[in-house]
Ligand binder design. Structure first.
Ligand SMILES: Nc1ncnc2c1ncn2[C@@H]1O[C@H](COP(=O)(O)OP(=O)(O)OP(=O)(O)O)[C@@H](O)[C@H]1O
Length: 232
């Protein structure tokens, strides 16, 4: 079997222009290879750079050095240097990201927010909504909420909509940022089940899981993100 995502010698600094250009080194020579069907948990103390690494892997932050290779449509692409149109195509077809907080779109109902990654790929609206409905119900989001814009939903409801959106489209690679942070025990179990199914179909998952019970259940290995002063 061959890898689906490979970060090679990744480095990332932040430069604080409002503070006289102070440089904050966060990632230094990080290399990580992820296989299909594998779940890698990013670990390390607060401030070590886990979220920064995730954002680099999604192409949100440019890397100061290194490559982020991803298999996309039979080709290997370097996300760190890909042009924005290709990055959009990768995010549509190959690389999903479940962030901690839902980005609410005014006036769009929960069902359509979840169905959108599928319709973006050309799935018919009816089929996309049917899949979205199934996932929302499985995540205990009652039907009466499906048509409503989620701006006023609780934190846990919004997180479940985000999860349904992330898992609707069967991405080959999925990034998960604390996917169970706002959930009760019953919903955590549902999410563990959804994640296990994604792994079984061959999805590669990279996540930050502060919830150790969830991490122990689903992670195949831990990848330590070392604070830079310790790594030196
Ligand atoms: N946009 C930014 N500009 C400047 N510094 C940043 C930025 N984002 C993160 N940092 C700094 O980078 C370091 C790593 O932050 P990051 O959020 O990646 O850590 P983390 O390991 O995810 O922490 P936590 O577990 O607390 O969420 C921190 O020192 C943080 O202050």
């Amino acid at each position: 079997m061959t890898w689906v995502l490979k970060a090679e010698n990744l480095s990332k600094d932040f430069r604080l222009h409002l503070q006289g250009g102070v440089r904050i080194p966060v990632l230094d020579d990080v290399s990580l290879t992820v296989m299909p069907g594998e779940c890698v948990a990013l670990a390390g103390p607060s401030g070590a750079g886990k979220s920064t690494l995730m954002r680099c892997l999604y192409g949100n932050y440019g890397a100061g050095a290194g490559r982020i290779l991803i298999r996309h449509g039979g080709e290997v692409v370097d996300l760190a240097t890909a042009d924005p149109r290709l990055v959009r195509a990768i995010r549509r077809d190959t690389l999903g990201y479940v962030s901690q907080f839902l980005r609410v779109i005014p006036r769009i109902g929960a069902l359509d927010i979840v169905a959108e990654p599928l319709t973006a790929r050309g799935v018919t609206p009816d089929a996309a909504r049917a899949r979205a409905r199934d996932l929302l119900l499985r995540l205990n989001l009652p039907e009466r909420l499906h048509g409503l814009p989620p701006a006023t939903f609780s934190g846990g409801e919004q997180q479940r909509i985000n999860l349904a959106r992330g898992f609707a489209a069967d991405y080959p690679v999925l990034l998960l940022d604390e996917p169970t942070a706002s959930l009760d025990a019953a919903n955590r179990q549902v999410v563990i089940g959804v994640i296990e199914e994604a792994k079984a179909r061959g999805a590669a998952l990279i996540g930050i899981f502060h919830d150790t019970e969830v991490r122990d259940r689903i992670a195949d290995r831990i990848f330590d993100v070392a604070p830079i002063q310790d790594a030196a």
